[in-house]
Design a protein around this ligand. Structure first.
Ligand SMILES: [Zn+2]
Length: 305
């Protein structure tokens, strides 16, 4: 929400989140650029994240930055600047691999490493997590146990939708308390979906934000929030405001469509979104909402569907 104008208490305070990774980290490009190639790629994450920081300063809004460990290691001063400006720092894991393709040991080790890395930089506890490509699904619910064991208290990795690569269809669409198999509880802030004629339509940001005309996206986001009364989760990547990024011509047509559509319009759309809705960090948004005490069990998520 703006620092200059008082928040309107009759409207929801939505969660504004940025997944801090570079254009070559995305899963859609995994077939054409391997982790071993990352260090040789011209990095653009620092300048793009800086541009978002400037925009948020101008709009007087705070966000949560889910930082990839790979980025934090190379640009610690960037992460420190985000924290110094009052933004929330959370973890986006270390290597951007899909959790359901990892072993529990590998996931535990790299998540521990990325958390420690961020805490070392910002000198405060990092308690929030978002999985690469929302890869906490029925196949990787064990990751929730690991997160609680490592000291995370909240998560934003579960997309209540049916998709080829992610999602738990039928899981709650509003912030909720989630109990892992080990009995520990996390606050879960799911990714936004709108309900249109019985279908769940993703309306959380990213590619959907770029592909739909802005008024359509705004309508979906408003519908999901039940007339701007229930807080929703918006996300974007720094590379999505960068039309000049190097292009991967070898990627499939579909991957290129997902990645490159409307990059040149995204920044202006984000400005409009920040004017049209109230936003704050994930933790502040969750706190102001105060969800019901009902606890959902991880093993039962979406099972009724
Ligand atoms: Zn990511």
């Amino acid at each position: 929400m703006s620092q200059n104008t008082k928040p309107d208490p009759t409207r929801a305070v939505h969660a504004l989140s940025i997944d801090v990774e570079d254009y070559f980290h995305v899963a859609a490009m995994a077939k054409v650029v391997k982790p071993a190639d990352w260090d040789a790629m011209p990095s653009r994450v620092e300048a793009n994240t800086e541009a978002l920081l400037q925009l948020f300063e101008r709009k007087g809004v705070k966000a949560t930055f889910f930082v990839l460990g790979w980025v934090a290691e190379r640009y610690p001063q960037l992460i420190r600047r985000l924290a110094d400006h009052g933004h929330e720092i959370a973890s986006h894991g270390y290597s951007h691999q899909l959790i359901y393709n990892q072993t529990r040991d590998v996931f535990t080790e790299e998540t521990r490493r990325s958390k420690a890395l961020l805490e070392d930089i910002v000198q405060q506890p990092v308690t929030g997590y978002r999985a690469a490509s929302y890869s906490i699904t029925h196949r990787s619910l064990w990751a929730l146990d690991v997160l609680t064991e490592l000291g995370f208290t909240w998560d934003s990795s579960i997309f209540p939708i049916r998709h080829d690569n992610y999602g738990i269809p039928g899981s709650p669409r509003e912030p909720y308390l989630l109990q892992a198999a080990n009995g520990q509880t996390l606050r879960e802030f799911p990714l936004t979906t709108a309900q249109i004629m019985g279908l769940s339509i993703p309306a959380a940001g990213g590619g959907y934000f770029r592909q739909f005309p802005y008024p359509v996206f705004r309508q979906l986001f408003r519908q999901a929030s039940q007339g701007d009364s229930v807080p929703q989760m918006f996300y974007l990547h720094p590379w999505e405001i960068d039309p000049d990024q190097p292009r991967f011509d070898a990627a499939s047509w579909f991957s290129r469509f997902r990645h490159y559509t409307n990059l040149d319009r995204c920044y202006a759309r984000l400005e409009r979104l920040l004017d049209d809705f109230q936003f704050d960090t994930v933790s502040n948004s969750y706190r102001q909402y105060q969800p019901a005490d009902t606890v959902f069990f991880a093993s039962e998520l979406g099972r009724a569907v």
